[in-house]
Design a protein around this ligand. Structure first.
Ligand code: ACO
Length: 371
């Protein structure tokens, strides 16, 4: 038995949710480019869960269900107030999602109907808890969700307490569409491994959030913004990036395990970054990002991934950088739960083997005799 480091190239599950074939990403066979241009996030969530786009009445039904489930129990909000000041926002999200299970009477009901309901509930509640967390840590009161509006609209409203501009709603909605699912990425795999033990959906999503938090995965969007802030100006881009490349350090937001000719989601976020810069009358972040891309792609051949331009987009939407990865989770919970439901439908325990490289023929030595 020999191990493949990082499971590169290993096909670990059959799935009919999303595919990456020859660098083209589809959700249920629909090219992500079409969805990014034309679909709403609610349509995409329905598509991932049901395998088909919703009719108008099915879509209205889902939006109504989101409205019904979006409020979270008061005790969960009270719990958020107890988290230490300065807590990592993804650690807070991981904790609060785990705690949601304790307040859901059907958390351990493994029927298909109940698991679908919990998927919808998790999708509805994640934006509420991220917005509530952000407001509480800023010393503000959380804002109750609205009914009858989309997830992007509701999230921006709960975050700021103001009616968001249409352009902000559309940008956020497109970002959510682009992040919704991505085949067997690390967090989705973590979710599937967890529920393949027949553990509950909350455990699966909690595992996924833990995996998404890391800077090699979803945490990269925040790390990109940390880098842009550190660089600070267009003139500083070249010396900063050159120094990183010379020292063989990774530049966050570049490279991908699966895409070697570019991440198809990145171009949409790049366009959005340019448009938001034009709208805000400040192209600095966009121009810095373009210059970083020129340098990294030019010298290393590495292309930007989904996390690179999302950093400047979210900043130009006025979102603090520690919420970038939680926003990724707000979107990806649709994909995670679709994969969890798929795993339950044809489950087998996921239990690979390890290539043992430790010592052999060792013997127990009593503690008094150990040197
Ligand atoms: N900057 C500089 N060099 C890089 C980068 C980068 N961003 N990414 C890869 N490389 C180099 C590595 O140093 C390595 O070089 P070497 O062979 O000389 O040692 C080579 O390219 C292969 O890199 P690996 O890390 O082995 O590639 P892997 O497929 O395991 O990792 C990953 C993919 C994790 C995305 C990697 O490209 C990376 O760390 N990127 C930065 C973090 C990031 O942006 N993550 C978000 C990914 S998208 C997502 O998860 C939502």
């Amino acid at each position: 038995m020999t191990a493949t480091k990082g499971l590169e190239g290993i096909v670990a599950a059959k799935s009919s949710i999303s595919s990456i074939i020859d660098g083209v990403l589809t959700y249920q066979g629909i090219n992500i480019d079409e969805l990014a241009e034309q679909a709403t996030f609610e349509e995409v969530a329905y598509l991932l869960w049901h395998g088909k786009l919703p009719t108008q009445s099915e879509l209205d039904g889902l939006i109504a269900q989101f409205g019904e489930y979006a409020a979270v129990p008061a005790d969960v909000i009270a719990g958020l107030r107890l988290y230490p000041k300065g807590s990592n926002s993804m650690a807070a999200l991981r904790t609060v999602v785990s705690s949601l299970a304790l307040f859901d009477g059907e958390a351990n009901d493994m029927s298909g109907e109940s698991n679908y309901r919990k998927a919808v509930k998790l999708q509805a509640q994640l934006p509420t808890v991220v917005a509530a967390y952000a407001r509480i840590r800023d010393g503000k009161e959380p804002i109750a969700p609205k009914k009858g509006v989309g997830i992007a609209h509701n999230f921006l409203y709960m975050l700021t307490g103001e009616e968001p501009a249409q352009v902000a709603i559309e940008a956020m909605d497109k970002a959510l569409v682009l992040h919704a699912d991505h085949e067997l990425n690390a967090s989705t795999f973590a979710a599937r491994v967890t529920v393949a033990t027949l553990s509950d959906i909350y455990s699966g999503v909690t595992s996924a959030i833990g995996a998404l938090k890391g800077p090699l995965h979803g945490g990269a969007n925040e790390a990109v913004m940390v880098m842009l802030d550190e660089i600070g100006s267009l003139e500083n881009v070249e010396p900063f990036i050159q120094n990183k490349l010379n020292n063989k350090e990774k530049v966050m937001g570049f490279g991908h395990r699966v895409y070697k000719n570019g991440d198809p989601r990145a171009k949409h976020l790049m366009q959005m970054s340019r448009q938001l810069g034009e709208l805000n009358g400040d192209m600095t972040l966009y121009e810095m990002s373009i210059k970083i891309e020129d340098l990294v792609t030019g010298q290393k051949g590495l292309k930007p991934n989904v996390d690179f331009y999302s950093a400047s987009c979210y900043t130009m939407l006025g979102i603090p950088r520690d919420l970038f990865t939680p926003i990724f989770a707000i979107s990806r919970v649709s994909g995670w739960t679709a994969h969890i439901l798929e795993q339950y439908q044809d489950n087998r325990l996921i239990r690979p083997r390890a290539d043992y490289v430790g010592p052999v023929d060792q013997h127990y030595v009593p503690i008094a005799k150990r040197g």
